[in-house]
Write a protein that binds this ligand. Structure first.
Ligand code: ADP
Ligand code: MG
Length: 688
């Protein structure tokens, strides 16, 4: 018998059962052995009758002292079997089980299992199992697995089939075909049992401890394989001949000359990066931090360090606006250094493009900031040392890979302003190390957030008008471009724009922005708003990234319940970027059931806290737009409950790839086969 054999050859599986097994996705012996119990009933200990507690399930032993059969209705009979041990007496209750119980007589020794109920002084057990004390193939006195059952296939039957397969394959010894995907040295170091022991004890635990050991090993394995797949198939930055870059003596001076002092969180993240850069494994690090937490400088200084080590560095961002912004701030930051910085976007003129291409190739340009234009085939760099992406969720694995492939084995930094719970980040970014910037620069004012019902929305606009009159600017965000029906009108950007321009904001400059406008027009609209020419920008979510207008003090979000909490938090981050007090007004279109969710935003300004709450309310699968490609579908592991195991597995996988990047070692043969079975695309996670 081999793992790849059909379940049909397991004794006790005929065509009918085979069909049913197929129905729940079990085709091979391997599938069968990886069909795990949903839970267990611990029937390994017998409880004395005097110690039974109401509500518990318990196993008991005793001598029958009476049998009573009551027919209540035509279809309902109750059998009461009185049982006693030396100390107490209980009644075992069975419904409609006459035929089963015919053999049980006064004086016999029995054992039984069921749920304990107290009824005044008397104790009853509503029983699901009864056996003679002498029964050898017992369903009692052990830990019993409960399988997810299905039509025509009970948990009991599945257990029998599992046992038969176990007997055949696991207990027969070699060659059982049970290859361990976890290399022996790792098993030893992490005290993991063998796969054989794990599979045997997950189905037929010999004790509670054995079950724990088996569970731990299998959960570890699920995480370990996920991470190994992500590293191996996803983003191949596992080269161990990256350039080691020391921290240049010029770095402290650059930090000193910043117009602000770094927050502790920024320092920690930068230390992580510098440590990675000194190693010979290419860094692949994600910097996660709320909007405004100051990620740009955390990547910008290492970019300078890369240049000071004699290499080039590039930064790719999703929009032209952002590219401009980063280009300017990095230039300002490094204005004292002899570092040549250029900008490349879709609107760079051909002649200039030409010269940039040339200077990149010759090594004249030290730092290049740009959009997708950076991954065009024409771009060649002389010696790329560090590549950075901002708003990394806007890029797929392939695009990041293309960027990294502009060099030999460059270090890599991704930045993300989508805070997600730590446990989820560990899994979602399985192939990356993560630094979290969970602190805003000092002096930042919290944004005041208020929730309005639709009927009160004029109050929000009246407030915005006050702000505009005092010289501030406002955003109005709508979920739709145009209304598909009358009901949607009030959340469509075109309708709201028309309404506001002719209504409350009459006499002020109101502009319309959405994704369907031509590129030049979009840029002109944004530029006008950035330069303070426009007072109110009525927009769809295109403003989510890349606009940084310090004078904007209010954002009104129509149809707020249409957005995820993290997205709302992201939108809210458009204000509060300067010195002025800032406000976010959420206008709720629909019913009250969304109020609780939206109130999370009113109460918290921390993206990480909001993401945690979002996960609690909607479950990890729904969180902040992380779309899963069959990715978190673990059988036993649960990322929110098993964070520690996930961390251990991740560290372990990382060490393994550092030692054997291509999994060429003989000890890694089985692992390599398992890891290669996964297509590259499946390791990709889309966040938006
Ligand atoms: P993020 O990309 O994380 O949203 P940015 O890097 O754009 O944030 O920084 C937001 C603003 O905060 C910028 O104007 C930046 O110069 C400023 N900034 C960054 N770090 C600090 C700091 N430690 N103290 C004060 N201001 C800071
Ligand atoms: Mg940023």
């Amino acid at each position: 018998m081999k793992l790849s054999d059909s379940v049909q050859i397991v004794s006790g599986v005929g065509p009918k059962k085979q069909n049913r097994l197929n129905g729940i996705g079990i085709y091979t012996i391997e599938d069968l052995l990886h069909y795990f119990p949903r839970t267990y009933e611990d029937r390994s200990h017998f409880t004395q009758l005097s110690r039974l507690k109401a509500g518990e399930k318990a196993c008991v032993k005793g001598r029958i002292t009476g049998v009573e059969n009551k027919k209540l209705k035509k279809n309902l009979s109750i059998i009461k079997i009185a049982v006693s041990d030396n100390e107490a007496r209980v009644d075992l209750i069975f419904f409609n089980r006459e035929h089963l119980l015919r053999g049980y007589k006064v004086g016999q020794e029995i054992k039984a299992y069921g749920k304990v109920k107290k009824n005044g002084k008397s104790t009853e057990i509503e029983c699901s199992v009864i056996e003679f004390a002498s029964a050898d193939k017992s369903a009692l006195g052990r830990i019993v697995p409960v399988y997810p059952s299905t039509e025509g296939l009970s948990s009991n039957e599945i257990e029998k089939i599992e046992k038969a397969a176990l007997d055949d394959i696991v207990r027969q010894g070699e060659p059982g075909g049970m290859e361990d995907v976890i290399p022996a040295d790792i098993r030893k170091r992490h005290k993991l049992c063998s796969v054989r022991y794990a599979i045997e004890n997950i189905h037929a635990p010999s004790s509670r401890d054995a079950l724990k050991i088996a569970l731990y090993r299998l959960i570890f394995e699920e995480f370990f394989l996920m991470v190994c797949k992500a590293i191996y198939n996803g983003f191949k930055l596992r080269s161990n001949n990256a350039v080691r870059m020391a921290v240049s003596p010029a770095i402290p001076g650059i930090i000193e000359r910043l117009p602000f002092s770094l927050t502790d969180a920024q320092r920690r993240a930068m230390d992580d990066i510098f440590e990675d850069m000194q190693g010979q494994n290419a860094m692949n690090r994600l910097i996660q931090g709320d909007v405004g937490s100051g990620k740009t400088v955390v990547a910008g200084i290492p970019m300078a360090n890369c240049v000071l080590n004699g290499f080039q560095s590039i930064m790719m961002v999703p929009t032209e606006v952002l590219a401009n912004q980063h280009f300017n701030s990095i230039k300002k930051m490094l204005s004292h250094e002899a570092i040549k910085i250029r900008l490349l976007t879709g609107s760079t003129r051909p002649a200039e493009k030409e010269s940039i291409y040339e200077e990149l190739g010759s090594g004249d340009i030290d730092i290049l900031v740009g959009t997708h234009a950076l991954i065009q085939p024409g771009i060649r760099l002389k010696r790329l040392g560090l590549a950075v992406t901002d708003e990394q969720h806007r890029f797929g694995v392939r695009q990041r890979l293309m960027l990294a492939e502009k060099g030999e084995s460059p270090h890599f930094i991704s930045m993300s302003a989508t805070p997600i719970p730590r446990s989820l980040a560990l899994a979602a970014y399985a192939d990356m190390d993560i630094s979290i910037i969970d602190e805003l620069p000092k002096g930042r004012k919290a944004i005041r957030t208020q929730l309005f019902k639709k009927r009160d929305r004029q109050k929000a606009y009246a407030f915005a008008l006050e702000q505009i009159k005092s010289g501030r600017q406002a955003y109005v965000v709508c979920p739709l471009i145009e209304a598909s029906d009358e009901k949607n009108k009030s959340i469509s950007v075109q309708h709201v724009y028309a309404e506001l321009e002719a209504g409350i904001f009459k006499g002020h400059k109101v502009a319309l922005l959405h994704g369907r406008l031509p590129q030049e027009q979009k840029q002109a609209v944004m530029a006008d708003f950035e330069n303070g020419i426009t007072d109110v920008l009525v927009s769809t979510t295109v403003i989510e990234v890349g606009i940084d207008v310090k004078n904007a003090s209010v954002i009104i979000i129509e149809g707020a319940e249409q957005f995820g909490l993290s997205q709302l938090h992201q939108l809210r981050g458009r204000v509060g970027r300067g010195e002025c007090d800032s406000y976010c007004m959420l206008i709720q279109q629909g019913g009250n059931d969304e109020s609780e969710r939206l109130n999370v935003l009113v109460q918290s300004n921390s993206g990480f806290e909001i993401a945690e709450k979002d996960m609690l309310m909607r479950g990890p699968g729904e969180i902040s737009g992380i779309r899963q490609h069959g990715y978190f579908k673990f059988k036993l592991a649960d990322i929110s409950r098993h964070v520690k195991i996930l961390e251990a597995a991740k560290l372990c996988a990382k060490e393994l790839f550092e030692a054997d990047a291509e999994l060429e070692g003989a000890q890694n043969t089985n692992l390599k086969a398992a890891v290669m079975a996964e297509a590259a695309d499946e390791a990709d996670i889309f966040v938006n």
